[in-house]
Write a protein that binds this ligand. Structure first.
Ligand code: TYM
Length: 344
């Protein structure tokens, strides 16, 4: 097994408004990885257009995701922030992966099934092929680690399947061109911590999502302090006091969700939260959570607003990031073209 330099890649779609699930499940976890890995954080606009995006909204959401990366503490100089469509090699590698991945693999993707629903003949071809673009994002940079929320696990398994099949299908050519036999790494998902699946605040059977109809179910990154506090105080819970052990959260999805959010915001484990609040009711816990959430999220929201007021600065950062990402991407694609047998 050849060893790849430690490299992180992750991405967020600029579609709809960023919410607490995106922050706790992804962005907050991007920040500490910068100490140990070379990190690339992408605004995946090519993914966003797999469902219709109004062009003006797409632009606004692209700035918003970039602003959130910056406000949360991603360093665009030591690491890379860029938007996907500026590095055309993503589309190119995705096409090659469309020819490596099998129809059956894509048909098994639960996210496609959920999104397409009964309407599967009428959704875009891009929505179906989405996971091979995601594999291209990750493998273009030979990324070793991919921090994501739980809902992306299946897409990461598919990314590994595509890498493995490419390495096998082209084994002879990889050898003839004197590249390492494991040309693409089998990238590791990094799905850790107490908030890898943040649930809707109104319905403990659904995840918090950009497409939720009720705004009371979702805390948005640009919500003000009053909105955050109100949503937490009105969040669905149950009449029991909090348990003193995590086992007691089983079958209590709403309670488990709120404890997970607290733990993640406070950088604690769920057990540490229960050590503090076990035996107390939601009348005590919710105001404490609301205070913590406002304290943690308000500074990020104001920093985001500061960036959003200066789109030129964001554009410069994205352009510079795209140039640096593009250098790595071009190098990989030169090798991939040799391997596949393209002339020129
Ligand atoms: P997207 O834009 O839907 O979500 C961005 C990130 O937020 C996480 N997330 C959540 N985490 C916890 N609880 C939730 N309720 C919640 N909702 C969303 C997601 O898991 C994700 O990490 N396909 C990806 C984007 C993508 C990507 C990539 C990710 C494209 N290429 C390459 C990693 C590597 C997506 O649609 O994420």
């Amino acid at each position: 097994m050849s060893s790849f330099p430690l490299r992180v890649f992750s991405g967020i779609k600029p579609s709809g408004d960023l919410h607490l699930g995106n922050y706790l499940g992804a962005i907050k976890r991007f920040v500490p990885l910068q100490k140990t890995h070379a990190c690339i954080y992408c605004v995946v606009d090519l993914h966003a257009i797999t469902v219709w995006q109004d062009p003006a909204d797409l632009k606004r959401a692209t700035y918003e995701v970039a602003a959130a990366y910056l406000a949360a503490g991603v360093d665009p100089k030591s690491h890379i922030i860029f938007n996907q469509s500026q590095v055309i090699e993503h589309s190119e590698l995705a096409w090659i992966f469309n020819c490596v991945a099998r129809m059956g693999w894509m048909q098994r993707m639960t996210q496609f099934k959920d999104k397409a629903g009964k309407n599967s003949q009428n959704v875009s071809l891009g929505l179906f092929a989405y996971p091979s673009l995601m594999a291209a994002d990750i493998l273009l940079y030979k990324s070793t680690h991919v921090p994501v929320g739980e809902d992306q696990k299946q897409h990461l398994e598919l990314t590994r399947d595509i890498a493995q099949k490419f390495n096998n299908d082209f084994a002879t050519s990889i050898k003839d061109n004197a590249y390492d036999a494991d040309f693409f790494p089998l990238s590791e998902p990094v799905i850790t911590g107490p908030a890898t699946k943040v649930l809707s605040l109104r319905d403990g059977t659904k995840k918090m999502s950009k497409s939720e109809a009720s705004s009371m179910a979702t805390i948005y990154m640009l919500d003000d302090a009053d909105a955050i506090a109100k949503k937490i105080k009105k969040a669905k819970s149950d009449p029991e006091p909090l348990p003193s052990e995590t086992d007691g959260l089983k079958d209590r999805p709403e309670a488990a969700n709120l404890v997970g959010i607290y733990a993640s915001l406070a950088d604690m484990s769920q057990q540490q939260v229960l050590d503090q609040f076990g035996g107390k009711g939601f009348g005590t816990f919710k105001p404490a959570l609301a205070e913590l959430a406002v304290e943690s999220l308000s500074p990020i929201a104001s920093e985001m607003r500061r960036y959003l007021a200066e789109p030129d600065i964001i554009e410069e950062i994205l352009k510079d990031g795209a140039n640096r990402a593009g250098d790595i991407a071009k190098n990989t694609m030169r090798e991939v073209r040799n391997i596949v047998g393209f002339v020129g």
